[in-house]
Design a protein around this ligand. Sequence first.
Ligand code: F6P
Length: 381
Amino acid sequence: MSPASRKPRRPPTKERPIRRIAINTGGGDAPGLNAVIRAVTISALNRGWEVLGIRDGYSGIMDPENYPEGGVLQLTRNRVSGITNHGGTILGTTNRGSPLHYPTRMRDGRIVVRDRTDDLVQALRRHRIDGLVAIGGDGSLSIAAALAAKGVRVVGVPKTIDNDLDKTVVTFGFDSAVTFATEAIDRLHSTAQAHHRVMVVEVMGRYAGWIALNAGVSGGAHAILIPEIPYDLKLVAAALRERFRQGRPYAVVVVAEGARPRGGMHSVLEREVGRSERLGGVGLKVTKDLQAALKREARCVVLGHLLRGGSPTTGDRLLSLRFGAAAVRALSTGHWGVMVALDPPVVRYVPLADATRRMKTVPLDSDTMLTARELGVSFGD
Ligand code: F6P
């Protein structure tokens, strides 16, 4: 990885100078998207570049007929003024219709997926876009890697509340999600205690347990179930029973949406061609099973999309602004096909292909895991 502040590895090329760049936001939204958009826009305008924002992932330029008022926004200083602390994205986003796996209905009614990245490259050319900043998670950055392989000057910015992107210590959005989840867990302690109940909190995170682990440990949860450790409910119940026996007759259990029982599968709510499966339901299952096993009232709270909403924390704002500025620095120094990545204390560039090769899950020997174990948290193993 090369530091974003030093000279790039890629030597200056004879590419035509950048005059116009585009920004897009793809996948699920995360607090900090608008801060990245602002940093990219101002850094680019300061270099004399023009900045366009593509609406709803790439839909604004791939399906312009759906945007009578234009699928592309001219990003000016006024347009990005005062948005650093705003949740969501002023460009809109989508986790449907990936150009890599674009769902298309066949004559016989079947829906198949096809690669539309060539159409996308053409669309970028039609808009005379010389450089692209793609803000997104694994799906969006895989599209960016495919575009880079086709010669598009693209720099990726790692976004996801799930923190499951490799090659960066953290993604923006994660801190805001964990902060909110921790506050929710804090609040559940008193009602659990008042009613002598078990409160189960389901949090997002897909196949990685980062949100559950960090919020669970910070919020003093008594059991944390993560996808990396298939759980045995009997062991969770035994740990809670022991806690009750010691005179603390209530408990808070954090369950990652991708958690699964030993020998079982994760709970899927919905499957659709060309889209990631929607996870959910495990919190309710754990709640019912614990109520039956412990003969004690249990309630389930699903935090879901609340984790994606609201203002970014200070940490996420600063990280997003740093990522946005570094992305423009990369383009201006002829460095592309990379993702900006946090490697404290610096922001570095890593090849997009490396960043999207594997999912970053919780290492079972990490310090946070060891801390949780020292504190007596049950993982159901
Ligand atoms: O990737 C972020 C994420 O928040 C996951 O944790 C969750 O499974 C998914 O998005 C849900 O996305 P949506 O409901 O928008 O399809």
